[in-house]
Design a protein around this ligand. Structure first.
Ligand code: CP
Ligand code: NVA
Length: 301
């Protein structure tokens, strides 16, 4: 596997599956109290330029459970927040740490950190993608439904970082993927270019067409971090791009629902549908821990 986790596009389907297998094994070990200190003495630096609950806590707890430690590095406190170039930050941090997790705006910044540093870099969300989240999603879907290859995934809403990673992760693991977004909010052109090669990929504006016979439905907020100023305008555009009980009727009877969280009830998902599928959604949140431990062991072990 590549030295970093910058985006799912860089991994093969086999590499994704083997990370999921390792995640299952680490989850088993944790649940059964089997020690798994595979990163004894290692330190992960975690740079956050945006807020986080799940990513921060799961990486920090994950490192602890693996016998290592994690440092929370807010960009408000780092010199990077005052303009120290990423080339220098990468080289300095490489002298102290064994790995870096970064959550930021531009994908290029993550790619540059990997290019100029000499330690593994993990993307903890950019405007372009959210690979760690989608590994946890795939792990959860597999736990609930078995082999991914026979399943249809449907994503409803903004063609954002989650949409981009779900399309790539879903298609690479053999799922059929259907996406419904408003015309002006489609996924990234590079992702659509990638998806074009898969006959099982569909993109539409019609949420009912996308959700038909789906095994799993996913959605995400209408306005992502950094788009707070657009929230009002987006509410008008995305009206109707919602997972609700009406939509669930056209999916498979036993269809599951996933949401990366945080959720805005009454916008991209109704309270009723969210609560009906809360067990699946919070399994997904928990699996951030296990999936990321697999990434950490793979890259830093
Ligand atoms: N889903 C997710 O990444 O959550 P946080 O923003 O809380 O890390
Ligand atoms: N699309 C959302 C995901 C949050 C986990 C955002 O970027 O804010």
């Amino acid at each position: 596997m590549a030295k970093h986790l910058l985006k799912l596009m860089d991994l093969t389907g086999e590499e994704i599956n083997s990370l999921l297998n390792l995640a299952d094994q680490l989850k088993y070990e944790q649940k059964h109290g089997i020690p798994h200190h595979r990163l004894e003495g290692k330190t992960l630096g975690m740079i956050f330029q945006k807020s986080s609950t799940r990513t921060r806590v799961s990486f920090e707890v994950g490192m602890y459970q693996l016998g290592g430690q994690a440092l929370f590095l807010s960009s408000r406190d780092l010199q990077i927040g005052r303009g120290e170039p990423v080339q220098d930050t990468a080289r300095v941090l490489s002298r102290f740490l064994d790995g870096i997790m970064i959550r930021t705006f531009a994908q290029q910044e993550v790619e540059d950190l990997a290019r100029f540093g000499s330690i593994p870099v993990i993307n903890g969300l950019t405007d372009f993608c959210h690979p760690c989240q989608v590994l946890a999603d795939l792990m959860t879907i597999r736990e609930h439904k078995g082999a991914l290859g026979s399943l249809k995934m449907c994503y409803i809403g903004d063609g954002n970082n989650m949409a981009n990673s779900l399309i790539v992760g879903g298609l690479k693991t053999g799922m059929a993927v259907s996406v419904a977004t408003p015309k002006a909010y489609q996924p990234d052109p590079s992702v659509l270019e990638f998806a074009k090669a898969y006959p099982s990929f569909t993109l539409t504006e019609d949420i009912y067409e996308a959700a038909r016979d789906a095994d799993v439905l996913l959605t995400d907020v209408w306005a992502s971090m950094g788009q707070e100023d657009e929230a009002q305008a987006r509410r008008a555009v995305f009206e109707g791009y919602q997972i609700n009980e009406e939509l669930m009727k056209v999916a498979k009877k036993d269809a599951m629902v996933q949401h990366c969280l945080p959720a805005h009830r009454g916008e991209e998902i109704t309270e009723e549908t969210f609560e009906k599928h809360a067990d699946e959604i919070f399994d997904e949140a928990e699996n951030r821990l296990h999936a990321q431990k697999a990434v950490l062991v793979q890259l830093m072990g």
